[in-house]
Design a protein around this ligand. Structure first.
Ligand SMILES: NC(=O)C1=CN([C@@H]2O[C@H](COP(=O)(O)OP(=O)(O)OC[C@H]3O[C@@H](n4cnc5c(N)ncnc54)[C@H](OP(=O)(O)O)[C@@H]3O)[C@@H](O)[C@H]2O)C=CC1
Ligand SMILES: O=C(O)C(=O)CO
Length: 328
């Protein structure tokens, strides 16, 4: 069996203990990204199976038509960048690890790393020290402040548990269905969407990107935020209306942003006005990048590949789930 792993840009999977589950399988790891569909199809022709590190290479009908011998696609998490109908037409089995590992703790912890770094100006304080300057940037205490959480899903709930430990008040907003679930769980929901944006000291967004949530957070929403507030995004940049984040920071509302996700990843140029903005704390999409999380998630993926090779039963999810989720 020949397996291609796509978009493992830093060749990290090979270092995981669970990689040994692929023993006996001829594995090729592609550390570059091939954006051209026909060239990607050409690249994949020799392979029986493909593992998608995340939603970077779309498995479209155009590609799958050229891969009649592709037997298995296993993708981490669930995104709509794999054409389910084309897989069915092709006889390609599509699996995900979605129901096994969840990325909630790693991403939630990283959300807090960003909040703390921004509130205490840690990157700036460290840069000053390393430049030989002993200066004191005055930070903000979290205790007693209000955290606004947008989206009532796995990561938002994990983020909330740490907020409680910091003595923060939590105010929620989500889709109507999310708000109904939050209300049933006894959470405090903002009286209106506008009230949600105008009240908190920190707002963190935890929503999936799909056609209906693209541009969900608008320039109007950001302009409602306090002029001393922090906006945090570890979900997807496409949830924010194009250019709204930079314009809002330049207008001074919110004061700061802490970002793990960007419109184009990886960035390939210097002087990006958002990333180099003095009021932005940023990281290169590392919310889920921990040894523990990788092991948890790819262990499932590699089990599926090995099960397929050994003709053993594979954990599958209902294809209709693919319609419910999406990303960039
Ligand atoms: N930075 C990183 O490395 C990582 C980022 N992520 C990202 O974090 C985000 C959250 O993931 P996770 O918590 O697992 O997702 P979940 O699916 O558990 O939760 C998503 C939430 O979004 C809500 N939602 C959906 N549509 C809307 C809408 N129109 N308005 C408001 N809320 C809406 C859902 O509510 P409902 O379903 O009730 O409508 C749900 O509460 C995702 O974007 C994911 O891609 C995840 C892991 C790592
Ligand atoms: O699982 C996710 O949504 C991530 O951002 C990591 O790819």
């Amino acid at each position: 069996m020949k397996l291609a792993i796509l978009d493992d840009w830093f060749d990290t999977l090979r270092t995981l203990p669970c990689f040994t589950k692929l023993d006996g399988i001829d594995v090729t790891v592609f550390t570059d990204h091939e954006p051209d569909p026909d060239r990607l199809a050409e690249r994949l022709k020799p392979f029986d199976a493909v593992v998608l590190f995340r939603e970077r290479s779309a498995m479209t009908a155009q590609i799958l038509r050229q891969l009649p011998n592709l037997k298995l696609i296993s993708q981490r998490s669930v995104y709509p960048h794999v054409d389910v109908d084309a897989c069915t037409a092709n006889g390609t089995l599509l699996c995900s690890n979605m129901h096994a590992g969840t990325p909630s703790f790693a991403a939630a912890e990283h959300t807090w790393a960003l909040i703390l770094a921004a509130m205490r100006q840690i990157p700036q304080q460290m840069a000053n020290m390393q430049a030989g300057r002993w200066q004191m940037g005055v930070g903000k205490t979290l205790n007693g402040r209000t955290l606004g959480l947008y989206g009532y899903g796995r990561i938002a709930k994990a983020v909330e548990t740490y907020a409680t430990a910091f003595g923060m008040n939590v105010l929620w907003w989500s889709s109507e269905a999310g708000r109904a679930r939050a209300k049933a769980d006894g959470k405090t929901i903002a009286s209106s969407r506008d009230a949600f944006f105008s009240t908190p000291d920190v707002i963190s967004v935890h929503v999936r990107l799909k056609p209906s949530t693209r541009g969900l957070i608008t320039a109007h929403d950001l302009a409602l935020m306090r002029d001393d507030a922090l906006f945090v995004n570890t979900s997807r940049a496409g949830l924010i209306e194009p250019d709204a984040m930079l314009n809002a920071l330049n207008a001074g509302r919110p004061e700061k942003a802490a970002l793990d996700v960007f419109d184009v990843e990886p960035i390939t140029w210097l002087d990006d006005p958002l990333i180099t903005h003095p009021n932005v704390t940023c990281t290169p999409h590392i919310g889920f990048v921990t040894e523990d999380e990788f092991e948890l998630q790819f262990s499932d993926i590699f089990d599926q590949v090995a099960a397929y090779k050994n003709s053993a039963p594979i954990h599958m999810i209902n294809p209709s789930v693919w319609d419910q989720t999406a990303s960039q």
